[in-house]
Design a protein around this ligand. Structure first.
Ligand code: BG6
Ligand code: MG
Length: 241
């Protein structure tokens, strides 16, 4: 995807692109899985890859609640706090060796396409480890704004993370495109009045405006169509979700 878009960009309004991190830029779900599984093993119940699907896009705290429910484990709030720290220690040990080689196919081409066409992009992730991961893979300085789990009070599917990102890009929400791999993230993008692109299984991400299996599918003609659609996307009247 090396070409510039054909349309006269002067006629286009300011467009912003927001990326989720886990599952869109890097495949960290496998590390989250191993870190949670270590805890499940300690509690003595089975935590499967299928279970792990339920945690995608979900905050660390909410993920723990889901995990405990799967294992039918009841613990105190103080114990939960300790477990959350333990999970993150497990996770950090696993992601410590991440390098640029783990950037998912199609990401770098898409970023360079956006840069060539002067389209600003931001990160909108639930992960509190997002800055750490972006530094590990060498993308930290590329984003005009990084909004992560440390900056929000409401987790996806609430639109807060994407609305803050749009604000930091100084682009109106309805002029933003969001790339997301999780159902909660698609709901958040839709609630923010943004164009949602599901990255993954179209049957699972059926509420997305569009879906692709991988970012490698984003040919120049696809991006042209997408940008023109955003350009014509009218803001939703206030109060309607
Ligand atoms: C999301 C992941 O991006 O971040 C979830 O999809 C994860 O699986 C969440 O629970 C929070 O991540 P972290 O790094 O703050 O524990
Ligand atoms: Mg994700």
């Amino acid at each position: 995807m090396q070409l510039h878009i054909n349309q006269n960009r002067k006629k286009m309004r300011e467009i912003g692109v927001i990326f989720d991190l886990d599952g869109v830029i890097v495949d960290t779900a496998k590390y989250h899985y191993l870190a949670w599984k270590k805890l499940a093993d300690k509690f003595g119940f089975e935590f499967t890859l299928e279970h792990n699907e339920l945690l995608k896009g979900v905050s660390r705290k909410a993920s723990l609640e889901i995990l405990l429910e799967i294992g039918k484990v009841i613990i105190s709030d103080a114990e939960k706090e300790k477990i959350l720290v333990e999970k993150n220690t497990n996770y950090l040990a696993l992601i410590n060796d991440m390098t640029a080689e783990e950037i998912l196919p199609g990401v770098l081409d898409l970023l360079s396409f956006l840069e060539k066409n002067n389209i600003k992009y931001a990160l909108g992730s639930a992960s509190k480890n997002a800055p750490f991961i972006l530094k590990k893979i060498g993308l930290y300085n590329k984003f005009s704004a990084i909004v992560d789990g440390n900056h929000v009070s409401k987790a996806k599917p609430d639109p807060e993370v994407f609305l803050i990102a749009a604000n930091r890009l100084q682009v109106k929400p309805h002029s933003c495109i969001v790339f997301e791999d999780a159902i909660a993230g698609i709901e958040a993008a839709n609630a923010a009045d943004m164009i949602s692109i599901g990255v993954g299984d179209g049957d699972v991400l059926k509420n997305a405006n569009y879906t692709v299996n991988s970012l490698t599918e984003l040919e120049i003609s696809y991006m042209e169509k997408l940008l023109s659609e955003v350009n014509n996307h009218e803001a939703r009247p206030r109060g309607i979700r």
